[in-house]
Design a protein around this ligand. Structure first.
Ligand code: PEP
Length: 250
């Protein structure tokens, strides 16, 4: 199976910079070698749609409201994303859980709406350094996953992607060790198995946290790692394409 490689551009970009980045991504990311998704900020979804349509590269949003259309100033509803051809939506990124106070319930409700609208939810889970050091990895993963799985019908499991992103590894240059990644991904796989065979068989599990071209291929060999969620390096088309092993260099 091809790895799923997702770029989270976070709050970066401009029309001009994105045009150059998207053009390079289209030129160098080979859809035969990986499934590619890029997630620009909301205002640039239409630019991504016009530049990526029919290229084999998908585009996604970085978050979505847990509510349907109504009086929610500043929020974006799942149905609006469909107008821009969005097929993936990141929910529960740690910068939103820990930086903006999104709760497990809010994240679970967002994931539910994404999937009900026929899109794929990329559910981010992971422990902080304090939680890691306190030996709370399993508890944190269970709480974050079970609250979301409760809201998703097992027959929709193929629309769910889980991204294990240890908070201490995001944007810090500290990648989790192979042992850390294997341990977390095995715990996630077991939680999925206990919940339903469809979840166990169909949900893809990505790793995210300071992935770069020099550590990506090793991480992709770890058991139960089905792909990668890339932040910083996804803004560099050469690094992004190398990470997905589409073209070693250009
Ligand atoms: C992310 O934003 O999800 C992420 C993994 O960031 P970085 O690759 O920069 O650590």
């Amino acid at each position: 199976m091809k790895p799923l490689i997702i770029g989270n551009w976070k709050m970066h970009g401009s029309l001009a910079k994105n045009a150059a980045l998207l053009q390079a991504i289209v030129a160098h990311c080979d859809a035969q070698k990986a499934d590619w998704v890029v997630c620009p900020p909301f205002p640039y979804l239409s630019q991504a749609q016009s530049m990526l349509e029919d290229t084999g590269i998908a585009w996604g949003a970085q978050t979505v409201s847990a509510f349907s259309q109504g009086a929610f100033t500043g929020q974006v509803d799942a149905s609006m994303l469909l107008d821009f051809g969005v097929s993936f939506v990141i929910v529960g990124h740690s910068e939103r859980r820990h930086g903006l106070g999104e709760s497990n319930i809010y994240v679970a409700d967002s994931a539910k709406l994404v999937i009900e609208h026929g899109m794929n939810a990329i559910l981010c889970v992971g422990e902080t350094l304090v939680q890691k050091e306190a030996g709370q990895l399993e508890t944190v993963l269970q709480e974050q996953l079970l609250s979301a799985l409760k809201q998703i019908a097992p027959e929709n499991a193929k629309n769910l992607v889980i991204a294990y992103e240890p908070v201490w590894a995001i944007g810090t240059g500290k990648t989790a060790s192979q042992e850390d990644i294997l341990k977390a991904h095995t715990l996630i796989k077991n939680i999925l198995k206990e919940k339903d065979a469809n979840f166990y068989n169909s949900v893809r599990i990505l790793y995210g946290g300071s992935v770069k071209p020099d550590n990506a291929s090793q991480i992709l060999t770890i058991l139960y790692v089905d792909g990668l969620l890339i932040g910083g390096a996804s803004l560099d088309p050469q690094a992004f394409s190398e990470i997905g092993q589409c073209k070693p260099s250009f």
